[in-house]
Design a protein around this ligand. Structure first.
Ligand SMILES: C[S@@+](CC[C@H](N)C(=O)[O-])C[C@H]1O[C@@H](n2cnc3c(N)ncnc32)[C@H](O)[C@@H]1O
Length: 316
């Protein structure tokens, strides 16, 4: 009954948890343990910037996320999996699977035995289940503090574009590491918000020019963990061995300005949440300033790139 009243859970999730037989050989925790992060504190309807400063990341609409970020994270996920150079028939644990970008890349490129793909957003998990059906993939509503276990330990525990959103990433990495078999691989990637994630850099630079308060929400400032040195330190402090990092880059091409701007209106993600908090007049001014900057000659394709930092290490 509790789940039926929870706005983050759907009847589909209830049916799933009661009837689905999980592939692979992992077990879910008996009771949800303490969640890592402040995920549950999100207030979907609050548009006030003072509140956005506390919880500007909202993971509610899978469709909006796909438009804004999922289409790029899918491309990044393929690069990430290629870099991991995984063995076939591995059992994978994925933390923060969202709408399933990395899950899909693992299933289509790494020939896994099973992927336990976890995310605390019931809406994102429902989206992932609807849009990607693969015999190896199981999507579970679970945050980093309530990860399933595999009897023999997972071969790999991974996360794509998640660690910076968890206020206690060291705890999350410890939890992932504790699910690995000896010799298992832990790996993660995050966008390079400070520099290489160009479309967000341009967005925030323009927004801050017009509204100095926006600087508080700029991911460059919020996520200092999104640097190779910080990521390597995070894994080494968790006791992982042979830790290394790698830059991964994808092209982000927008056919015209509208295809750049429209995803910022979806309300899912830090920048769209900021845009949603603006008065319509301020929002229009921001749109025009961005347009002037990106397509000064009227309109046309906007060719940018997005860089992420990937890190991996091994549990001995
Ligand atoms: C930027 S999205 C990335 C989704 C997906 N991995 C991708 O590459 O598109 C961040 C994800 O982290 C999840 N997340 C937030 N807090 C979390 C936590 N404490 N534990 C696990 N996942 C979390 C969100 O629900 C969201 O799906």
């Amino acid at each position: 009954m509790a789940a039926r009243n929870d706005p983050l859970k759907s009847s589909e999730d209830e049916a799933y948890t009661s009837t689905k037989i999980l592939p692979g050989d992992f077990t879910q925790p008996r009771a949800a343990s303490r969640p890592i992060g402040n995920y549950d504190k999100i207030d979907r309807n609050n548009k006030d910037v003072s509140v956005l400063k506390d919880t500007p990341d909202k993971w509610v609409s899978g469709e909006a996320y796909e438009q804004f970020m999922g289409r790029w994270s899918r491309r990044l996920a393929k690069e990430f999996v290629d870099w991991l150079n995984p063995h076939s028939s591995w059992n994978w644990l994925e933390v923060g699977c969202g709408t399933g970008a990395l899950t899909q890349a693992i299933c289509l490129n790494a020939d896994p035995a099973a992927v336990a793909a976890c995310d605390p957003s019931a809406q994102f998990v429902a989206f992932a289940r609807r849009s990607f059906n693969h015999p190896a993939a199981t999507f579970l509503v679970a945050g980093a503090g309530e990860l399933p276990r595999h009897e023999a330990g997972f071969d790999a525990a991974v996360s794509g574009l998640v660690l910076n959103f968890i206020p206690a990433p060291a705890e999350a990495v410890q939890a992932m590491s504790s699910r690995l078999r000896p010799g298992g691989m832990l790996a993660a990637c995050v966008w390079d918000y400070a520099e290489g994630m160009q479309f967000l850099r341009i967005f925030w630079e323009t927004a801050v020019e017009m509204d100095s308060e926006a600087a508080e929400l700029d991911e460059r400032r919020r996520f200092p963990i999104c640097q190779p040195e910080a990521l390597v330190e995070l894994l080494e402090c968790a006791g992982l061995e042979r830790v290394d990092s790698q830059a991964l880059e994808i092209a982000t091409v927008f056919p015209d300005f509208d295809s750049f701007w429209a995803p910022f209106l979806g309300g899912t993600g830090s920048a769209p949440t900021y845009v949603g908090s603006l008065h319509p007049t301020a929002r229009e001014k921001l749109r025009l300033r961005l347009k002037q900057r990106l397509v000064p000659d009227g309109d046309g394709p906007i060719q940018l790139t997005a860089r992420a930092w990937a890190v991996r290490g091994f549990h001995l």
